[in-house]
Design a protein around this ligand. Structure first.
Ligand SMILES: Nc1ncnc2c1ncn2[C@@H]1O[C@H](COP(=O)(O)OP(=O)(O)OP(=O)(O)O)[C@@H](O)[C@H]1O
Ligand SMILES: [Mg+2]
Length: 237
């Protein structure tokens, strides 16, 4: 049995009275990259927000290393080891790159401090020459790198990346892909929300497909890519 790091069990999430997630369940194994795929509006971001604790859920369980995190505040969930990179990036536009990173410093679970600033700049070489640049002056791709860097500063056990390639120029999409590959090679556990199966093919080990707030496929990314019917029904391919 693979070592399960994150478990989502039978999750229901509502926005007001409208239900968005319906009994969503999946597991993330240690050291894998799991692609969370689905069309526009399927519920990928909602899933990530619920895991990160930035929106409440009504039913179900989320466990990190067997410990319930659902219902804890976003701050405690981050401290417990969930690194969340939201789709709208949320950097501080009036702070420099360096300051954006520094205010994200926190010890990981168990006091781990694997990601000193120098290591972040090694990992994200694009940011190194931009240390003194204001966050708001960065390109979309540079902001995306900075957001990932900020999440890494928290020494997460699991990194949730919400459509990191969205809206970026092809060269930056490539760089984000390289970064995910590097993190995976380092043994990081990653959940990658994407509409784009193609982007996930070389990066992810397994995939969960969400449609209308329900998991409709769980399997290896290869199996998914070979399944023309599932792809046609649930993905924009
Ligand atoms: N704040 C909100 N209030 C009400 N409904 C919302 C809110 N945010 C999202 N929704 C609805 O929830 C559903 C799922 O949205 P979600 O953002 O999770 O989809 P997604 O899979 O991330 O899509 P995309 O690929 O476009 O990012 C959609 O129908 C969306 O309209
Ligand atoms: Mg989304």
């Amino acid at each position: 049995m693979a070592d399960v790091v994150l478990q989502v069990v039978d999750l229901d999430v509502f926005y007001g009275s409208s239900q968005i997630l319906f009994g969503l369940s999946f597991e993330v194994h240690k050291g894998e990259t799991l692609a969370l795929l689905g069309r526009n509006g399927a519920g990928k971001s909602t899933t990530m927000k619920a895991i990160a604790g930035v929106i409440p859920s009504r039913k179900g369980q989320v466990r990190l290393h067997g410990q319930t995190i659902l219902g804890e505040g976003a701050h405690r969930i981050a401290r417990a080891g969930i690194g969340y990179v939201p789709e709208d990036r949320q950097i501080f536009p009036d702070l420099t790159v360096q300051d954006n990173l520094e205010i994200a410093i926190k010890r990981g679970p168990g006091g781990a401090d694997d990601w000193p600033l120098e290591r972040i700049y090694d990992m994200l070489p694009l940011l190194a020459p931009l240390k003194d640049r204001l966050g708001g002056q960065l390109s979309g791709g540079e902001q995306q790198m900075l957001t990932v860097g900020r999440a890494l500063m928290g020494n997460p056990n699991v990194l949730l990346l919400d459509e990191p390639s969205e809206g970026l120029a092809p060269i930056m999409v490539q760089r984000i892909g390289d970064l995910i590959e590097t993190l995976r090679a380092l043994g990081k556990t990653i959940v990658l929300a994407e509409q784009n199966l193609q982007f996930c093919l070389g990066l992810a080990d397994r995939a969960v497909v969400i449609d209308r707030g329900t998991d409709v496929f769980v399997g290896s990314i290869k199996e998914l890519n070979a399944d023309a019917e599932i792809k046609q029904r649930y993905l924009s391919v």
